[in-house]
Write a protein that binds this ligand. Structure first.
Ligand SMILES: Cc1ncc(COP(=O)(O)O)c(C=O)c1O
Length: 211
């Protein structure tokens, strides 16, 4: 919504703006990152819907990342008001448990990320793994074989320590490693099966994809 008037009563008009800029590496994670469970809780659906990328809602993420960084961590993991794991500050979260991928369900105050959906499809199609969407307890982060974060910005970011505890053996696990490879192949146009996900924006990129 946009309005020239100051206030909180939208006039029903909206404007649309897209700005494109180089992103760089948002969260260096080749060797895994160290995350903490935030003391801040994820926004509730009845306050500001988490499933939408609403600008004002990002103050929630800023508070969590400021706290995480002040305490020496790379990233924060939100619990929701029920005490279940929700997601990272601007990314979704997956665990590997008993050979399956587990991720907080859409009803857990998460943003239903496009990368999350892509990873679920890649898990089925390329890694031949089951994906279970369900509530996730905090302590599952500590006993999972692997934890990784997903998002347009973080891509696939393995988490090798949570709250100073090693995840698995404390190195990037085999599932995260394979997921990074198949994700990179898909988003860089090296796997025809996922060409439908891509929108070439430069002519020379388009030409390159054709040859
Ligand atoms: C709060 C939050 N969760 C998850 C994500 C991941 O979403 P996507 O995969 O669509 O980038 C984002 C991305 O900005 C986000 O802001």
């Amino acid at each position: 919504m946009s309005t020239p008037k100051i206030g909180v009563k939208p006039d029903g008009k909206s404007n649309f703006l897209i700005a494109a800029m180089p992103f760089g590496v948002y969260l260096p994670s080749d060797n895994g990152i160290h995350a903490c469970v935030s003391s801040w809780r994820r926004l509730e659906d009845n306050a500001i819907p988490s499933r939408a990328k609403i600008c004002g809602a990002y103050v929630n993420s800023v508070l969590a990342t400021m706290e995480a960084q002040a305490n020496g961590f790379d990233e924060a993991i939100f619990l929701n008001e029920s005490g279940h794991v929700a997601e990272g500050s601007a990314c979704n979260l997956f665990l590997v448990r008993n050979g399956a991928l587990v991720t907080p369900a859409a009803s857990e105050n998460i943003l239903e990320g496009i990368t999350r959906a892509s990873v679920i499809e890649l898990a089925h199609q390329e890694l031949h793994m089951d994906v279970i969407e369900r509530p996730v307890d905090r302590t599952e982060l500590y006993i999972a074989d692997e934890v990784f974060l997903t998002g347009t910005a973080v891509e696939i970011a393995p988490v090798t320590r949570v709250d100073h505890r090693l995840v698995g053996d404390g190195t990037v696990g085999p599932v995260a490693r394979r997921m990074r490879a198949v994700y990179a192949a898909a988003v860089h146009g090296r796997n025809e099966r996922y060409a439908k996900w891509l929108k070439p924006v430069y002519q020379h990129v388009l030409a390159g994809l054709r040859h």
